[in-house]
Design a protein around this ligand. Structure first.
Ligand SMILES: *Cc1c(COP(=O)(O)O)cnc(C)c1O
Length: 414
């Protein structure tokens, strides 16, 4: 059966050019980049080249790029690194322990903030509006003397909302607060310019941009000081010890280069497919909605909501038709509470359960849209026909009667 992989925001395949670039570094060119003989020097050269390629993708200097094990490590490094460094500067009447983030961050950011709260840091979790954007005014009003870091994602992994990074960065700069942005979903999908967007720290992950899993990078603006979290042999300028993952780094570098050279085309390809999906799904499937706004949204992201159905069943039945997507439904998350992002948008649990995220990648084609829409339509109609929340006689959603409003706990999770 043909595969229609539409979960590129969860992970993406390693493309052939990236794989080919990596292969020699597993065996023939296996040298340790810290050694002096030619074999090691070759690895060092590959490391330097990849650093330049990643730097070029975000308009940074290669000296500002540190390789990590992925997006989660980069987020941890940025937030804990700043937190511990700044904390060391505090005095009794001048505490340095306040961090500002948003309610819709990836768990790698939210759980890191939660962890820091256990150690006496104070965290403000900014709400977002129903389109998934923070308020700049609220952000600025949250800054106080003790604020050391603003960490707001570049774009959201569920609903694709692109935050006003440049303005956030300008506010951070004005108040002399550092600004970290998780750009795992933005890298290779939309332009990123750390200079223009006033970003001090930025996270990237390999497997979201057609490089392997287990490799990532962090941009640390020149002059920004982080406490070191991984101590050891002093690799990566002492910021992140551990023998470098040269094949992974080479892969990330190549993937960054490909994305950088083709960004316009990638955006166009993704957006064409996305716009077709939006048009056809919303016109052909009754009671279908879009979570978030189409404005300032990643071109490769769409998040639908169908009333009266359950996301897991939708995902499994679509899988039977070769289509792979994601849902914001309860069981996809560990705490059985459904998506914290959809809750932050004000979407009630009964409705967020019927959602479907499709994230487009290079293997998707506009020719596939009709099959995908037809399949979603069939599955949604079938699931409604057996759903207690759908009246088959009137062909209407009747779940309103059973819906419970979002309670404190739903909203106050972060
Ligand atoms: C996937 C993802 C991460 C985590 O990256 P890993 O490389 O899987 O650790 C962090 N933030 C966002 C927004 C993501 O989508």
């Amino acid at each position: 059966m043909k595969m229609y992989y539409m979960d590129n925001s969860a992970t993406s395949p390693v493309v052939e050019e990236v794989l080919n670039e990596m292969l020699p570094y597993f065996n023939e060119k296996f040298g340790n980049a810290s050694t002096l003989y030619k074999l090691g020097v070759e690895s060092k050269k590959a490391l330097d080249k990849a650093r330049q390629q990643v730097a070029d993708l975000i308009n940074a200097d290669p000296k500002e790029i540190t390789f990590t094990s992925g997006g989660s490590e980069s987020d941890n490094m940025a937030i804990k690194g700043v937190a511990f460094k700044e904390r060391a500067k505090e005095t009794e009447d001048n505490p340095k322990n306040h961090i500002i983030t948003s309610q819709i961050e990836h768990p790698a950011v939210l759980e890191t903030c939660r962890f820091l709260e256990k150690y006496g840091f104070e965290v403000t979790y900014l709400p977002v509006n129903s389109d998934g954007f923070i308020s700049l005014e609220e952000l600025e009003n949250s800054i106080k003397d003790s604020t050391i870091l603003i960490t707001i994602m570049h774009s959201n992994n569920e609903i694709g909302s692109i935050q006003p990074t440049k303005e956030i960065g300008a506010i951070a700069r004005k108040h002399n607060v550092l600004f970290h942005s998780d750009a795992v979903q933005s890298a290779g999908k939309i332009p990123i310019d750390v200079e223009e967007q006033n970003i001090d720290l930025l996270s990237i992950s390999g497997h979201k941009i057609n490089a392997p899993k287990g490799i990532g990078a962090i941009y640390i603006k020149k002059g920004v000081q982080l406490e070191v979290l991984i101590h050891g042999g002093g690799q990566e300028d002492g910021i992140r010890s551990g023998t470098e993952n040269i094949p992974g780094i080479v892969g990330l570098g190549k993937a960054a280069e490909i994305a950088n050279n083709n960004l316009e085309n990638i955006m166009k390809h993704n957006q064409e497919i996305r716009d077709q999906l939006v048009e056809k799904v919303t016109s052909e499937i009754k009671d279908s909605y879009i979570n978030g706004s189409l404005e300032n949204r990643l071109p490769n992201n769409i998040h639908f909501r169908f009333s009266g159905i359950e996301g897991e069943s939708l995902i499994l039945r679509l899988d039977d038709k070769g289509i792979m997507g994601a849902t914001g439904s309860a069981c996809s998350t560990r705490d059985l509470k459904g998506s914290h992002v959809l809750a932050a948008l004000g979407i009630k649990p009964a409705l967020s359960h019927g959602s479907l995220r499709l994230s487009i990648g290079k293997d998707n084609s506009i020719e596939d849209v009709d099959y995908i829409v037809q399949s979603i339509k069939e599955v949604v109609e079938y699931l409604r026909s057996i759903s207690p929340l759908w009246d088959n006689k009137t062909d209407e959603y009747i779940g309103d009667k059973f819906e419970k409003p979002l309670d404190e706990e739903d909203l106050d999770r972060y």
